[in-house]
Ligand binder design. Structure first.
Ligand code: UGA
Length: 438
């Protein structure tokens, strides 16, 4: 059975590490962030993710080793997964610094390693990166040849934050992008060990594998911007409701009912970054991808739509505004590119008095807003003396809210920017405004 190493203990790396170790595969996960590694070694997860802590406790020192020693990790494994970040540069293009430095480190160690070793790029990278950037660097520094002495695969990841462990345990598809058979066969064997014969595997070129990831994320982002556009049209027409429309069109199997939830726009560390990177990359190639640019533009404007709804309630600088939800989606403490964080900035720019609640993301948000806004652990406290409550994240506990939960407000006015509240639970005294309905 193969032993694996993983470089980068972010969502993708750490989740793969605990899942593979839990299936009996010897796994070494490394990161150059010493503080992070020390925490993980003590069983402290660096971010919140359902089921992660439980699996970490189970696997730590039991098939799973956590380390900062990349050399030891490469020498003692057969396959190395690179799961480092590929952040955006200021112009929206992709920053490959971490990919290049990890490749360089791996290659330096492989120069001395006798046995065949497979490097797997799992980070999201633009088409041609694996073949034109990673491969030459790997070959030149290791002084070995991909396809014979060493292997290289591009293997995109489709997990979602908030269900990262479940998605890693049960992926809908495995894409193996390689330009040589030996590399792809070794990785296929690894995945067969991990999942048995149950998972569909697509074997293709590295360029295809890279573009599959961007096409996947851009399509999903486009679905969201599409439904948000229809929601904004609904806003102008009496007796329309985006939920009814999404439900109806979702029954057409050619459309499908998933990812049609209208809201304040998509956020997170992936969709905004990947959509922007694909636009930038495509323009560089001489093609202006106007549909994908429109997806991005609709999304950039959607926070303003929420702001416009708040303005219908009263003058922003004269109101106490309570925001429920800071995380970019439920079941995570991640606020990267969160639309809620963006909305708060707009509100503060117009001197609003803002109170916030989130079950998980307060600590991260405090780092951005400090004492500029008031943070509350309890929903009731956040709503105390408020003029307007805006629901920005789809947390399950917000779905359960009823009229009595809002009794501390001056006058109950709710803006449901996520379409998760049940309107039936509120009587006529409540001013209820929601995205995508008039
Ligand atoms: C996304 C993809 O779904 C994953 O397949 C991919 O692996 C990942 O990016 C990545 O590239 O790493 P993630 O960003 O974790 O996963 O979360 P999603 O569940 O896709 O949600 C993204 C954003 O879209 C959130 O802000 C969410 O609230 C929003 N969204 C989602 C909507 O506004 N409406 C929907 O119907 C669905």
């Amino acid at each position: 059975m193969n032993k694996i190493s993983i470089i980068g203990c972010g969502f993708v790396g750490l989740c793969l590490a605990v899942v593979s170790a839990s299936k009996g595969i010897k796994t070494i996960a490394v990161d150059n962030d010493v503080e992070k590694i020390n925490k993980i070694k003590m069983g402290i997860t660096p971010f919140y993710e359902p089921k992660l802590k439980e699996l970490l406790d189970k696997t730590l020192n039991n098939n799973l080793e956590i380390s900062t020693d990349i050399k030891k990790a490469i020498i003692n494994s057969d396959i190395t997964f690179v799961t480092v970040g590929t952040p955006a540069n200021l112009d929206g293009s992709m920053n490959l610094d971490f990919i290049k430095s990890s490749t360089n480190e791996i290659a330096t160690i492989l120069r001395e390693k006798g046995e065949y070793h497979l490097t797997v790029i799992k980070s999201t990278v633009l088409p041609t990166t694996t073949n034109d950037v990673v491969k030459p660097l790997l070959e030149n520094v290791s002084m070995k040849k991909v396809g014979t002495d060493i292997g290289l695969v591009m293997n995109p990841e489709f997990l979602r934050e908030g269900s990262a462990i479940t998605d890693t345990e049960n992926p809908h598809l495995i894409v193996i992008g390689s330009n040589d058979n030996k590399s792809s066969e070794i990785l296929e064997l690894f995945y067969r060990e991990l999942y048995g014969n149950t998972k569909e595997i697509i074997k293709t070129s590295t360029n295809n594998a890279e573009l599959i990831k961007y096409a996947n994320n851009s399509f999903l982002a486009t679905k969201i911007s599409f439904i948000n556009s229809i929601a904004n049209i609904c806003q102008k027409i009496p007796n329309t409701d985006i939920n009814v429309i999404a439900d109806a069109i979702g029954k057409d199997p050619r459309i499908g009912n998933l990812f049609l939830n209208a809201g304040p726009g998509y956020g997170g560390s992936c969709f905004p970054k990947d959509v922007n990177a694909l636009i930038h990359f495509s323009k560089q190639l001489g093609y202006d991808p106007i549909l994908i640019s429109a997806t991005n533009e609709v999304n950039n404007q959607q926070a303003i739509k929420v702001l416009e709804l708040i303005k219908t309630v009263g003058k922003i600088d004269e109101m106490n505004i309570s925001i429920l939800g800071l995380a970019f989606k439920k079941d995570t403490d991640d606020i990267r590119e969160s639309v809620s964080i963006k909305l708060i900035k707009y509100l503060l720019d117009i001197n609003a008095n803002v109170s916030v609640h989130d079950p998980m993301a307060i600590e991260n948000s405090r780092k951005i807003y400090g004492d500029k806004i008031k943070f509350y652990d309890k929903i009731e406290d956040c709503l105390y003396s408020s003029d307007c409550c805006v629901v920005m994240t789809d947390w399950d506990e917000y779905k359960e809210l009823e009229q009595s939960s809002f009794k501390n407000m001056k006058k109950i006015t709710i803006i449901d920017a996520r379409r998760i509240l049940n309107k039936e639970k509120f009587n006529r005294d409540v001013k209820f405004i929601a995205i995508g309905t008039n």
